[in-house]
Design a protein. Structure first.
Length: 768
C-alpha cells in the first residue's frame, strides 16, 4: 500500500523535472535568439555609423565590415562581458570626417561615447537621448553645429557631458538641469547665446562647469551658490553683467573661479582668501571690479595664478602676496594701483619669496618711484616682467640680467634715464625688449646683437644717438625693429638687412631720425616685410628697385627725404600695398599707372617734381585719400584734385599746325623784305654811286648786280639795330649799312608789305 504511492510520487516528480527542464531549454533558446537579434542590431548600427563617415585617413574603421563576424573586436568598439552588446565607442583623435548617424541611438547598452578631436559636422543626433544607460558623452573638438538636444535630459545616468570646441548655437536647454548625477558639464568655445538657466542649482552633483568663450549674457544666477561641490567654474569671455552673487565666494570647494572678460563689477570681499581657502586660480581680468586688492588672498596658500588685470583696482599692491609660496602668475596690469610716488614698488621685495613666480604683470598703472635693487632677487624662473606705462624713474638696473630666463622685459613709457645697460645682451632667452617712450640717452649697445632669440626690439621715443649697430643683423629671429623718434645717424647697415632672415622681420621703423645715404638695395632681402617706415630722415638717391621683391608690403612710408629720379616700375609687384607715402622728396617723371590697380587706402605723392596726367582709376577716384599737391607740372585727374586740364592729342595737333603756319609766314616775310631791299638799293643815288665805285673794279662796262645774302645785310646793319636806323616813313624803315672789308656805306630800306600802299611806293621808287 505504501509502495505504490511512493512509486507514483517518484514518477510525478520525474515528470515535473522533465517538464521544468524542457521549459528551461525552451527559454534558453528564446533568450539566445533574442540576444542574437539585438547583436545584429548593434552590428547594423555600427555599419550605419561608418556610412556617415566620409574620411578615415588613419584606417581606424577598416576592420568595420560585413566579413568580420565579431564586431566586438572592431577598433574602438567595446562590448559587455556577459552579453555581446556594445557598451562603449572609443574613437578619439582618429582623423574621422563625417556626420554622426542617428543609428547611434540603437546602441541601447552604450555607457560611453568618445568621438572627441575629430572633424564631425552636422548636428548632434536627437536619438542619443534614447541611450538611458549613457554616462559619458564626449564630442569636444569637432565641427558640430545646431542646438544642444534638449532630450539629452533623458540620459539620466549622465556624469560627463563634453560639448566644447564646436559650432553649437542656440540656448543652453533648461531641461539639462534635471541631470542630477552630472559631475562635469562643459560647453566652452561655441556660439551659444542666452543666459544660464536659473534652475542650474538643481544639478547638485556638479563639480566642473565651463561655459567660457560663447555669446552668453545676463546676470549670474544666484542658484549657482547651491552647487556646494563646485570645484571648477568658468564663464570667461562672454557678456555677463551685474555683480557676482556674494554666496559664490562662499563655495569653499572652489579651486578655479574664472570670470575673465565680461561686464561684471563690484568689490571683492575682503575675506575672499579665507572663504575660498582651496583657490588655485582666481581669474577676474577684463571686467569693472573696483576697490582694493584684499590682503586676505595670502590665506589661499595654494594660489598659483592671480589675474586681476584691466579693472579699476586702486591703492597699494599688498605685500602679503609674497606669502603665497606657489604663486606662478601675478597679473595686475591696467588698473589704477599706486600713487606715482616713492614706495609704490616696495611690494616687489616681498615677492622674492615666491620662488615659482613665472609671470609678473604690473604695466599700465600709477606706480612711481625707482626700481628696488631686490628686482634682481626675484624668482630665477621669472619669464615675463612687465612694468610699462607707469611713472617709474631712475636708471635701468644692470643687475636685472640675473633674471636669466626672462623672455619678455617691458619697461616702456616710463621716466627712465641714462643709457641702456650693455649687460642686457646677456639675456640669451629674451624674445621681447620694450624700452620705448622713456628718456634714454647714449648709443644702442652693440651687445644687443648677442640676443639670438630676440623677436621684438622697441627703442622708439627716446634720445638715443649714434649709428644703428650692425650687430643687430645677428638677431636671426627679429620680427620687429622699431627705432623711430630718436637722434640716430649714419646709414642703415647692410649687415642688418642681409643678416636678418628673409623669413623673419615684418616691421622696420626708423621714422624721424637723422639717417643718411641711400636706402640700401639689400632691403629687398626682407621678403616678409609688411611695414617699412624710413620717413623724415635724410635718405637720398633713387628709391631701391629691389623693394619690388618685398611683395608682402602693405605699408610703405618714404616721405620727407631726398629721394630722386622716377618712381620705379619694379614697385608694380607690390600688389597688396595699402598705404604709400612718397611726399616731399625730389621725385620726377610721371605717376605710374599701375598704382590704379593697387588696393590702396592712402596715397601721398605731394610736393615732388612729378609731371604729366594724373590717372583716373582706382584710388585716384577718391580725392579724400589721394594727395598730389605741390607738383606744378601735373594735370588732369578728377575735378576734386583741382588740377589744370591736360592738352589732348587734337589740341596738340592744332597747336603744332598753328606754329607751323606762323613759321612759314615769317619765312615768306623775310624773303619778301630781302627782295624789296635789293630793288630799293639799286634805285637810290647813294646806291648808284656805290655801284659806280664797284663797277670800276670790273673788266667790262656792263652793269653788274652785286649778289648779297640776307646774312650780309644783317651784318652790315648790326642786325637792323636802332643805332643804324636813319629814318622811318609810312611804308618802312631806312638803315645805314657798311659792306665788306672796304667798308662801303649803303642804305637799306625795309618795306612793310602789310601796310596799305607799300607795293605802289616800291614801284615809284624803282622808276626814279
Amino acid at each position: 500500500m505504501v509502495y505504490l504511492p511512493m512509486m507514483m510520487t517518484v514518477r510525478v516528480f520525474l515528470l515535473v523535472v522533465l517538464f521544468v527542464s524542457s521549459t528551461k531549454f525552451e527559454l534558453k533558446d528564446v533568450s539566445a535568439a533574442t540576444m542574437n537579434s539585438k547583436s545584429e542590431t548593434d552590428r547594423a548600427s555600427l555599419l550605419a555609423l561608418k556610412d556617415g563617415i566620409t574620411a578615415n585617413a588613419q584606417g581606424i574603421l577598416n576592420s568595420w565590415n560585413d566579413s568580420s563576424s565579431d564586431f566586438c573586436h572592431w577598433k574602438g568598439v567595446i562590448c559587455g562581458r556577459r552579453h555581446r552588446r556594445v557598451i562603449s565607442l572609443e574613437l578619439p583623435r582618429s582623423g574621422l570626417i563625417g556626420w554622426i548617424s542617428p543609428s547611434i541611438g540603437n546602441l541601447t547598452f552604450l555607457r560611453s561615447i568618445d568621438l572627441s578631436n575629430n572633424s564631425f559636422y552636422g548636428s548632434i543626433p536627437q536619438e542619443i537621448g534614447q541611450l538611458s544607460q549613457l554616462q559619458y558623452l564626449l564630442l569636444s573638438h569637432n565641427s558640430l553645429g545646431g542646438d544642444i538636444p534638449s532630450n539629452l535630459s533623458h540620459c539620466s545616468q549622465l556624469r560627463g557631458l563634453y560639448l566644447d570646441m564646436n559650432n553649437l548655437e542656440g540656448k543652453i536647454p533648461k531641461e539639462i538641469t534635471t541631470l542630477s548625477k552630472l559631475v562635469e558639464f562643459t560647453v566652452a568655445s561655441n556660439n551659444l547665446s542666452g543666459g544660464i538657466p536659473h534652475s542650474i542649482g538643481n544639478m547638485s552633483s556638479l563639480q566642473q562647469m565651463s561655459m567660457a568663450y560663447n555669446n552668453l549674457e545676463g546676470s549670474i544666477p544666484y542658484s549657482i551658490a547651491q552647487l556646494r561641490s563646485l570645484i571648477y567654474f568658468s564663464i570667461a569671455v562672454n557678456k555677463f553683467y551685474g555683480t557676482v552673487p556674494a554666496m559664490i565666494y562662499n563655495i569653499s570647494s572652489l579651486k578655479l573661479l574664472s570670470l575673465t572678460l565680461n561686464r561684471l563689477h563690484g568689490e571683492l570681499p575682503q575675506d575672499v582668501g579665507i572663504a575660498l581657502p582651496n583657490l588655485i586660480y582666481l581669474l577676474l581680468g577684463g571686467n569693472n571690479f573696483y576697490g582694493t586688492i584684499p590682503k586676505s588672498l595670502s590665506n589661499a596658500s595654494r594660489l598659483q595664478q592671480l589675474d586681476l588685470d584691466t579693472n579699476n583696482f586702486v591703492g597699494q599692491v599688498p605685500s602679503s602676496l609674497g606669502s603665497l609660496p606657489s604663486l606662478q602668475l601675478l597679473n595686475l596690469e591696467t588698473n589704477r594701483l599706486g600713487s606715482g610716488k616713492a614706495g609704490d614698488l616696495n611690494f616687489i621685495t616681498s615677492l622674492t619669496n615666491c620662488r615659482t613666480l613665472k609671470g609678473l604683470g604690473l604695466d599700465e598703472n600709477l606706480l612711481g618711484g625707482v626700481l628696488p635693487d631686490s628686482v634682481s632677487n626675484l624668482s630665477i624662473n621669472l619669464n615675463i616682467f612687465l612694468l610699462g606705462t607707469n611713472q617709474i624713474h631712475g636708471n635701468i638696473l644692470s643687475s636685472i640680467v640675473n633674471l636669466t630666463k626672462l623672455s619678455k622685459l617691458g619697461l616702456e613709457n616710463n621716466l627712465f634715464t641714462g643709457s641702456i645697460p650693455s649687460s642686457l645682451g646677456k639675456l640669451q632667452n629674451l624674445e621681447g625688449l620694450l624700452l620705448h617712450g622713456n628718456r634714454l640717452t647714449g648709443e644702442i649697445p652693440p651687445s644687443l646683437g648677442n640676443i639670438s632669440l630676440l623677436n621684438v626690439l622697441e627703442l622708439s621715443y627716446n634720445h638715443l644717438e649714434g649709428p644703428i649697430p650692425s650687430t643687430l643683423g645677428q638677431c636671426k629671429h627679429l620680427l620687429k625693429l622699431i627705432l623711430f623718434k630718436n637722434n640716430l645717424n649714419g646709414s642703415i647697415p647692410k649687415q642688418v638687412l642681409t643678416g636678418l632672415s628673409s623669413l623673419s622681420i615684418v616691421k622696420l621703423d626708423v621714422f624721424m631720425n637723422s639717417l643718411t645715404g641711400p636706402l640700401p638695395l639689400e632691403v629687398g632681402n626682407l621678403k616678409n616685410l609688411w611695414y617699412l617706415d624710413v620717413s623724415q630722415n635724410k635718405f637720398n638717391g633713387e628709391i631701391p628697385i629691389t623693394l619690388g621683391s618685398c611683395m608682402s608690403l602693405k605699408f610703405l612710408y618714404l616721405d620727407h627725404n631726398f629721394f630722386e629720379r622716377e618712381i620705379p616700375m619694379n614697385l608694380k609687384a607690390l600688389e597688396g600695398l595699402s598705404e604709400l607715402d612718397l611726399s616731399r622728396n625730389n621725385l620726377s617723371g610721371s605717376i605710374p599707372k599701375y598704382l590704379q590697380s593697387f588696393p590702396l587706402e592712402y596715397l601721398n605723392l605731394s610736393f615732388n617734381n612729378l609731371e604729366g596726367e594724373v590717372p583716373n582709376g582706382g584710388i585716384f577716384r577718391n580725392s579724400s585719400v589721394v594727395f598730389v599737391g605741390g607738383n606744378k607740372k601735373l594735370c588732369g585727374g578728377i575735378i576734386e584734385l583741382h588740377l589744370p586740364k591736360c592738352n589732348t592729342k587734337r589740341s596738340m595737333k592744332r597747336e603744332r599746325s598753328f606754329h607751323l603756319k606762323i613759321l612759314i609766314a615769317i619765312i615768306f616775310s623775310v624773303v619778301g623784305c630781302f627782295f624789296l631791299f635789293l630793288l630799293v638799293w639799286t634805285s637810290c643815288p647813294m646806291m648808284r654811286r656805290a655801284k659806280k665805285t664797284l663797277s670800276s673794279a670790273c673788266s667790262t662796262d656792263e652793269f653788274n648786280m652785286i649778289k648779297l645774302s640776307y646774312e650780309d645785310l644783317f651784318k652790315a646793319t648790326n642786325g637792323f639795330s636802332e643805332t643804324n636806323l636813319i629814318g622811318s616813313g609810312s611804308f618802312g624803315c631806312v638803315y645805314k649799312g657798311v659792306l665788306g672789308q672796304d667798308e662801303t656805306i649803303v642804305t637799306v630800306k625795309v618795306l612793310n608789305l602789310q601796310q596799305r600802299g607799300a607795293p605802289k611806293s616800291f614801284k615809284v621808287e624803282c622808276n626814279h
